[in-house]
Design a binder for this molecule. Structure first.
Ligand code: UDX
Ligand code: ADP
Length: 471
């Protein structure tokens, strides 16, 4: 079986994963034509916008799109043509957690993957390599293959690969330029291995050969869930320890530093926080929980579930600290929440801990000023409405205001809550912030961001996650 030379790639789904990934493939492989298609016209229009107002914020992305767009990178709503023209198709559609039916709240909703797969089968007229890019439960490739084979035209063969994406938001472009590894899973048949080589050759244009790992299809699918579960577990572990630090007077930064110095543990991803967010960690762990339960492994399911339980506890614990510290009531008090994105350098708010904090402050009848340098205002309203479905937006807006700077958000507030580690929050004029606040002025640092001693010298009472020191 000879290896197909990939010259035309189609990516179905122009979101956070498909957009940056395929833009970088186009940049690094000028001889390959890359077309990213999506049903969402507004999204495609934004990718094509003349002034490069792209639909997602990601450092370095605009530069990549400027270099490759209309050269060998195209964005289109013509999904069928994209499929027909391509030798290789990435399926990069959304796989949210199911909201109803069997597995609701845990299992992945594979409806979008299935619809995209059915579309490929319906319109393809030549052989295709179909690549799962979206994070999917183990053995989804088998369902895709069954659908493709049952609906394909004669003389049209499909090879399925799994090629999960490990990029992190905020560093997507550098992650894609220099990935720790590229993982490709295939069936261990001659055809499967040939398809795997074809995709590996695309990445070999810029990724060193020893970083391209080829494994079986099911291992590849499971590795993505496993990597995210283990990363999230590290955060829940350090956050669990942060609670012990606060109770004992230990300092979580020092503990993390000491533990991370052990080369077997390593220093990365040990930063205590108000809790992890993002579109992947919670979703993938719940997926793993569901998978374990389906496989009749209840102890395994329970083990992974604790990672999410701890994360919820951490968010609740933090908002309770705010209420307890402000003399057990925040009713009518103004709280400035700095940051709404789930982490710095992204405008993404999916599962952001800020949403939970603000909802908790709302239920305590506080007044909340929010500021985030990247998140669109409509997104903040949409997230807060979704978090409190029985409260009309007009009522939410009586309690919550969106501000256009950190300084404005902190004006006349009793407390500042740092929910996202945007660098600009470390560097704001804290003297000025202090002058504008009611006294005593409190700062609650949920991201280990600010210099607590410096702020205390100004006059603030500072509470930092994972530090048991006196305010
Ligand atoms: C994650 C994985 O890192 C990535 O490999 C995968 O492809 C997608 O999921 P992402 O969700 O974009 O990426 O961001 P990540 O940097 O992993 O952060 C996730 C959450 O954990 C954020 O809310 C972040 O603030 C939090 N976090 C991260 C901590 O609280 N402490 C840390 O030490 C690291
Ligand atoms: P991710 O973070 O996984 O990239 P997003 O929600 O950002 O997820 O993006 C997924 C994209 O996939 C959305 O823009 C959605 O419109 C698109 N999409 C979903 N189903 C299809 C489909 N059948 N055909 C084309 N695009 C699709």
């Amino acid at each position: 079986m000879s290896t197909v030379k990939v010259t035309k790639i189609c990516c179905i789904g122009a979101g956070y994963v498909g957009g940056p990934t395929c833009a970088v493939i186009a940049l690094r492989c000028p001889h390959v034509q890359v077309t990213i298609v999506d049903l969402n016209k507004a999204r495609i229009d934004a990718w094509n916008s003349p002034d490069f107002k792209l639909p997602i914020y990601e450092p370095g992305l605009e530069d990549v799109v400027r270099k490759a767009r209309d050269r060998n990178l195209f964005f289109s709503t013509d999904v069928d043509k994209g499929i027909q023209d391509a030798d290789l198709i990435f399926v990069s559609v959304n796989t949210p957690t199911k909201k109803s039916g069997v597995g609701a709240g845990f299992a992945a909703d594979l409806n979008y993957v299935e619809l995209a797969t059915r579309r490929i089968a319906a319109v393809a007229t030549s052989n295709k390599i179909v690549v799962e890019k979206s994070t999917v439960p183990c053995r989804t490739a088998e369902s895709m293959r069954t659908i493709l084979e049952a609906n394909s035209k004669p003389n049209c063969r499909f090879d399925i690969l799994s090629n999960p994406e490990f990029l992190a938001e905020g560093t997507a472009i550098s992650d894609l330029f220099k990935p720790d590894r590229v993982l490709i899973g295939s069936l261990q048949t001659l055809e499967g291995k040939a398809a795997c080589s074809a995709l590996a050759e695309v990445y070999a244009n810029w990724v060193p050969a020893d970083r391209i790992l080829t494994v079986g299809l099911w291992s590849s699918e499971l590795s993505k869930l496993a990597a995210n579960a283990m990363l999230a577990q590290r955060i829940s572990s350090i956050n669990a320890l942060s609670a012990i630090c606060e109770a004992t007077g230990a300092n979580i930064d020092e503990v993390a530093h000491a533990v991370g110095f052990d080369s077997r543990v390593g220093p990365k991803f040990l930063r205590a926080s108000v809790g992890f967010g993002g579109s992947c960690f919670q979703k993938d762990i719940l997926n793993l929980v569901y998978l374990s339960e389906s496989l009749h492994l209840p102890e395994v399911a329970e083990y992974w579930k604790q990672v999410v339980v701890m994360n919820e506890y951490q968010k609740r614990r933090f908002s309770k600290t705010v209420v307890d510290t402000l003399f057990n009531t925040i009713t009518g008090k103004r709280i400035a929440v700095l940051g709404f994105a789930f982490k710095a350098d992204t405008g993404d708010t999916r599962e952001s801990p800020a949403i939970t904090l603000i909802r908790d402050f709302q239920s305590e009848k506080a007044l909340i000023n929010v500021y985030d340098p990247q998140v669109e205002h409509e997104q903040i309203w949409a997230d807060l409405t979704e978090a409190s479905p029985s409260t009309p937006l007009a009522s939410i807006q009586k309690q919550v205001s969106i501000c256009s700077s950190a300084l404005e958000a902190c004006k006349n507030a009793e407390a500042v809550v740092i929910a996202t580690e945007w660098k600009e929050f470390r560097d704001i004029d804290w003297e000025q912030v202090y002058k504008g606040m009611n006294k005593p002025a409190f700062v609650f640092d949920g991201r280990l961001l600010v210099d607590a001693d410096k702020l205390r010298k100004i006059g603030f009472k500072v509470n930092t996650i994972g530090r048991g020191e006196r305010m």
